[in-house]
Design a protein around this ligand. Structure first.
Ligand code: GRF
Length: 222
């Protein structure tokens, strides 16, 4: 196995708290990786400030500057190609990517989604989970395919839903869980333990029959 840290490109659109958790894990040495660039489709994204403060090169590829999705994605691809990376990490990236883009990065494109997929794909997951009256909610990490929030699942973390939860309190509980889940899963990839073969996720060379379950607390970070 290579001694070089895995090179991550992080794509985001907003606040960047997941980016922060990734940067912290890299700095702590628990995630043997390096964020080589952060790309935002929104010029004002908080994640850009965070990245710059950490000395990570940043770029903006503003989707509003392009006539169509294909043009936006060509620019995104050009920016990704400008700084070589091993894995493209979506961390609150709020643009749907086309099948062509996803195919070009297949097996090297990973996302975190704030629900226990296949429950609640799409937006407003916390309000929808509360409206549905579920007892548990959480977050999922999956490889990205053309199916929006439908790619092969790698791991999920569960949190309880409380009777007095609002979408905001539930979101905060899920987000804290995301910050443990994502760096851990990226660590598996960085250590060569995690791959995608066709539609099949493999961990340690074995096909994963179901997403790896994380409890909200106490899971080992290896
Ligand atoms: C997270 O809830 C993530 O699961 C979702 O978007 C949110 C991004 O939050 N895809 P942040 O920008 O990482 O703080």
């Amino acid at each position: 196995m290579t001694a070089q840290p895995l090179r991550l490109a992080v794509l985001l659109s907003g606040r960047g708290s997941n980016l922060d958790s990734i940067l912290r894990a890299c700095a702590a040495g628990t995630l043997p990786a390096r964020v080589v660039q952060v790309i935002s489709n929104r010029p004002g994204a908080g994640g850009l400030t965070l990245a710059a403060a950490a000395g990570v090169p940043v770029a903006v590829v503003d989707h509003r500057q392009f006539a169509d999705r294909a043009g936006f994605e060509r620019a995104l691809d050009a920016q990704l190609a400008a700084v070589p990376c091993d894995l493209v990490v979506l961390a609150g990236f709020m643009r749907v990517l086309t099948a062509d883009f996803v195919a070009r990065h297949r097996g090297r494109l990973i996302n975190i989604h704030p629900s226990l997929l296949p429950e609640f794909p799409g937006l407003d997951t916390h309000a929808r989970a509360l409206a549905a009256g579920v007892a548990e909610h959480g977050a999922s990490v999956h490889f990205v395919t053309a199916a929006v929030d439908g790619g092969p699942l790698v791991a999920q973390i569960r949190v309880p839903v409380r009777a007095d939860d609002t979408p905001d309190t539930l979101a905060a509980r899920v987000l804290a869980a995301e910050h443990r889940l994502y760096p851990t899963v990226l660590g598996w990839y960085a250590r060569g333990r995690l791959t995608l073969a066709g539609e099949q996720v493999q961990l340690d060379g074995l096909p994963l029959a179901a997403p790896v379950p994380f409890a909200a607390a106490g899971e080992r970070d290896d």
